[in-house]
Design a protein around this ligand. Structure first.
Ligand SMILES: CC(C)(COP(=O)(O)OP(=O)(O)OC[C@H]1O[C@@H](n2cnc3c(N)ncnc32)[C@H](O)[C@@H]1OP(=O)(O)O)[C@@H](O)C(=O)NCCC(=O)NCCS
Length: 131
């Protein structure tokens, strides 16, 4: 496993009862550009659509902007992943680019979307950090 570092940040997603249901992290962080790419997975379908993804995303975005001093966070998502897209939109991410036939899965090429949020946009939606 790649060691944790500025460019490789990983957290477990747990319920309040301590059940480990997924993971979230940042990779390919570029300090010069103050940007990074986000990845998230909740493995157990029983925990989907219960708000855990949005809560984890908002927590990590807050950490990225307040603590890591990043300026931009993006990710890629399959166009047909409506749940993920809704979750990211709730967090304030906007769809920027369509990557045509970017991924091959289940016998077909799929378009992916690049979604992103800038620090000022996050603060406008969710407030600045308490000082
Ligand atoms: C994507 C993922 C992280 C989202 O986390 P989650 O806890 O399920 O998401 P949330 O409950 O916070 O939010 C889901 C949103 O999708 C909406 N939603 C659920 N099912 C939907 C569907 N079939 N179509 C459209 N929207 C849907 C919910 O209403 C909610 O929107 P809202 O915030 O406007 O109410 C999680 O589902 C997951 O890990 N899925 C499998 C792996 C995956 O897709 N990873 C992402 C790869 S980019």
């Amino acid at each position: 496993m790649t060691p944790l570092s500025y460019g490789n940040v990983h957290f477990a997603i747990e319920t309040k009862d301590g059940v480990h249901i997924g993971s979230i992290g940042l990779h390919v962080a570029v300090p010069e550009d103050r940007k990074a790419r986000l990845g998230i997975t909740i493995g157990d379908k029983a925990y989907w659509s219960r708000g855990y993804g949005t809560d984890a995303m908002l927590t990590l975005l807050r950490f990225a902007f307040d603590e890591m001093n990043l300026h931009r966070i993006d990710l890629t998502v399959d166009e047909d992943n409506a749940r993920a897209r809704a979750c990211y939109r709730t967090c304030g991410m906007v769809e920027e680019v369509r990557l045509r036939q970017e991924r091959y899965a289940d016998g077909a090429y799929r378009d992916q979307l690049v979604m992103a949020i800038l620090r000022d946009e996050f603060y406008a939606l969710h407030g600045k950090a308490a000082t």
